[in-house]
Design a protein around this ligand. Structure first.
Ligand code: AMP
Length: 470
């Protein structure tokens, strides 16, 4: 099957060809024809499956055949995080280069005035996070009556973030006669309810989770002593052929401290988490993309949708608490058919989390012992060369002391900084019941820290609204 078999226009085929893709992914092959036939769709798929193009491509053709730019947005794409919103915008730019359509990106952390001016010019495609869209709506700055196409992307993620009430409200502001596409990695009851209420006779499409289906990611668990994680990481960074790696930690404090520690050992690393201001995040991500730093220490905000080619390794410095996060984290490597390695550090306290991960992905992951520093010595990282053993021992002692301090700090830090995760761990209710609770507007996480709207770590949207034409 080729893209030409899917019924897309010649202009789009040219843009897809120039993007370097010749074979549609399963979600593209299944979704594009019915979307072009104006059907509603429920797509069970997650990032990494080529899902974005599965709705962006047909949307471009549908919008191109409709009336020209109107004063009200003609289509709306809802994304849970700024990063995903920005990535969808990039996709529109890439595939829409031979079309004359305009788009606006409405995300938190960007001056609202600029966004309002962009809207006033009229846009064909509005890509938004629910929080910012609702803000503008409540200020009377936006009308959605002209929106005949709606995409709700990453619906289960929206549910986790407490966005479902906003989405329901947004749905009621759009014309009843519209096409709605809903994408979600899983189908918990509240999402099913949302689909039943707002989609009409949808076609369901399901594709395998990329992380479970793909054999191109080699997964390993590494037994570590919780006090020796940094030693183990450094040893593995040297022993493995790491071209570039994303290292995930569960807490922002750990991200900061691990990055400092790696730098002090001569590794070229950077960090990304919700406490870093927007411009610094963008700069850091660009440095990683460009290869100026080869290691990016990250909190989970970076796990969703981060699309950087050539990430050879993902390390879970901390095993994720939520099994879905595992799938998202490791999906940062092995992208677009490349091979990748995902290594998860496991301490005795992580037993339950690992159990849940293995249940979710339906496979047992091989467990190995942490390499010793000596085992890693022959392939020492160039950055480390020239450092005396004494210097390294001193650093290692310093690290251990810092580790102690960090643990104390973490204990103080936790209740406030990692509220969402804490909340998730504390409550044993099923996910659906949790979502019901999230349903109360007051429960929506504040857009601070690693909260929903702070998750943006994609490329700079210098544009807020622009026409895209080749
Ligand atoms: P997504 O699931 O939309 O986040 O896409 C995952 C990655 O696959 C992105 O890097 C896309 O550029 C890439 N991609 C999308 N469609 C194709 C395709 N047909 N063939 C190869 N790669 C693709």
């Amino acid at each position: 099957m080729t893209f030409a078999d899917l019924g897309l226009s010649d202009e789009l085929l040219k843009a897809v060809n120039e993007a370097g893709y010749d074979t549609p992914t399963p979600i593209q092959a299944q979704a594009i024809p019915p979307v072009l036939m104006m059907k509603d769709i429920i797509g069970i798929a997650q990032t990494g499956t080529g899902k974005t193009a599965s709705f962006v491509l047909p949307m471009i053709d549908i919008l191109a055949h409709g009336r020209a730019r109107a004063l009200m947005p003609r289509s709306l794409i809802l994304e849970p995080t700024r990063e995903l919103a920005a990535q969808v915008a990039e996709n529109f730019e890439k595939y829409g280069k031979y079309h004359k359509l305009s788009m606006a990106l409405l995300i938190g952390g960007v001056q609202m005035g600029d966004q309002v001016r962009a809207l006033e010019k009229g846009v064909d495609v509005l890509i938004a996070t629910p929080g910012r869209l609702m803000d503008l709506f409540q200020r009377g700055k936006i009308l959605l009556n002209g929106c005949s196409m709606l995409v709700i992307d990453e619906a289960d993620r929206m549910l986790d973030m407490g966005f479902i009430p906003d989405i329901e409200e947004i749905c009621t502001k759009l014309p009843a006669q519209r096409q709605t596409l809903l994408f979600s990695a899983t189908m918990p009851a509240p999402i099913k309810k949302l689909a039943d209420r707002f989609l009409s006779n949808p076609k369901s499409i399901e594709v395998a989770r990329p992380a479970t289906a793909s054999t191109n990611i080699t997964q390993r668990l590494v037994k570590v002593d919780s006090r020796k994680k940094r030693d183990a990481l450094r040893a593995m960074l040297k022993a493995e052929e790491v071209q570039s790696a994303v290292i995930f930690c569960n807490r922002k404090t750990t991200v900061r401290e691990l990055n400092k520690s790696l730098q002090s050992h001569g590794f070229k690393s950077g960090e990304i988490h919700g406490d870093i201001d927007q411009s610094a995040r963008i700069a850091e991500l660009e440095r990683f993309r460009a290869g100026t730093v080869s290691i990016l220490v990250a909190s989970d905000v970076a796990a969703r949708g981060l699309d950087i080619k050539g990430v050879s390794h993902v390390f879970n410095f901390d095993a994720p608490w939520h099994p879905d996060d595992y799938v998202h984290r490791i999906g940062r490597t092995g992208r677009a058919g490349a091979s990748g390695v995902a290594i998860t550090f496991v301490t005795p306290e992580d037993a339950e989390a690992i159990d849940n991960i293995q249940k979710l992905i339906g496979q047992k992951i091989e467990m190995i012992d942490a390499p010793t520093a000596a085992a890693a010595a022959p392939t020492s990282a160039p950055a480390e060369e020239g450092r005396s053993d004494r210097g390294r021992r001193r650093d290692s002692r310093k690290d251990d002391r810092a580790g102690e301090r960090n643990r104390e700090e973490r204990a103080r830090d936790e209740p406030v900084r990692d509220e969402r995760k804490q909340d998730e761990r504390k409550r044993d209710e099923p996910r659906a019941a949790r979502a019901e609770n999230n349903g109360a507007r007051a429960r929506r996480p504040e857009p601070v820290g690693d909260g929903p709207d702070e998750g943006w770590n994609g490329p700079v949207p210098e544009f807020l609204s622009f026409g895209f034409q080749g």
